[in-house]
Design a protein. Sequence first.
Length: 337
Amino acid sequence: MKLLIVEPNYLGDILMTTPVIRILRNHLSSRDEIIVITNNTGKELLELNPNINKLIVQPGKSFSNRLKLINTIKQIRPDTVLLFRTTFYNSLLAKLSGAKHTAGVNTEFSKLFLTNTIPFNINRNYRTECFQVAKSVLDIKEPPDKELSKINAYSAKDDELYIYKLLNEYKINNPDKLIIINPGTTRFAKQWNPEKYAELITKLADGGTKIIITGTEKDSPVINAVLNNVKVPVINFTGKTTIRQLAVLIKKSGLFISPDTGPMYLAAAAETMAITLFGSTDPSKYGYFNQSRHKIVYKKLKCSPCYQDFCPLVSKNTIAPCMNEISVKEISDLSNL
C-alpha cells in the first residue's frame, strides 16, 4: 500500500504529526510506503525520520507549481491519502490523486472531494485529530495517551557537532546551568512583554546560570527589545541555528522558556524541562505533553482562545491582555520547581 500524508505548514504543527506517523509505521507492514508532502520547514524536520519512506517538498504556491505537484501525486498513484491539514486545495489534491480512500476534516467543502471526513472541532487536541483522520480509513487501535504525546525530532551528527563547538566557544558545559529563552512568535497575539522577559532573565541569571536567547532573523525586533532592557549578560544566538541545530541546543539545556511557538515542540521532543506561555491558543489543543517536564501558564479570559494574529481588544502592536496578565513571578517560581 502507498499511504500519502499531506502535512500542515507550521513547525509546531508538523512536529505534532510525528506521533501519528510513528503509530502508522508500526501498524503497516514493511512493504507499505509512507510518503509525505511537506514544505521546506517540514523537509528539515522530517528528512531524517525513519518512519517515512519518501518526502515530497511542495515546489511553491503558484498555479504552475501546484500543477506540478498534482502530476507528481498522480504518478505515485497512492492508495490512501490523509490530510493532516484540510484545505480546499489539499482536498482537491487528494481527489485528483486517484486514491481509493481519502480522509480529512469536514471543512472548506472537503466533503465534496474526500471519501471520509471527521467532524470539525476547534477544541479537539490536534494530535488526536490527526489520529482520527487516519482511523477513519484505516483499522488502527486507539493508542495510549503517552504514545500521542511523544513527539519525534531527529538531528544529524553534524548538527550535534555544530552545537558542541558553539557551546564550547562560550565555555558552556553544564546543562543544569543553561536556560534558553525563545521570545519570538508567528502571531503577535502570542507575544509576551519584552520588558518582562528582561526582568525574568535578570532573576534567572543568579548563581552562574547562563542565558541563551534564540530565534530567527524575523524575531529580531522582539529579541532586540528584550536585549535593550536586560541588565545581565545574555548570549544571543539569533539566526545562528537551523531547526535541527536548535533541537540539539534545547536538548543540552536545563530549561526552555517560550510562548506557544514551534520550538516549544522541539523541547517536548527532547523532554527538556519547559515553560510555555499560552494566550490566544488553547493548551488543551496544542499543549500538554509530559506534564512533569512541561509547565503551562494560561490566563483563560472570556475571549480565550481567539486564534487571532492580533488581539482585537487592543491596538495592533499592543500586548494582548491574556499575555499581559502573565507575571514574571509566575514564570520565575515555575523555573525553580
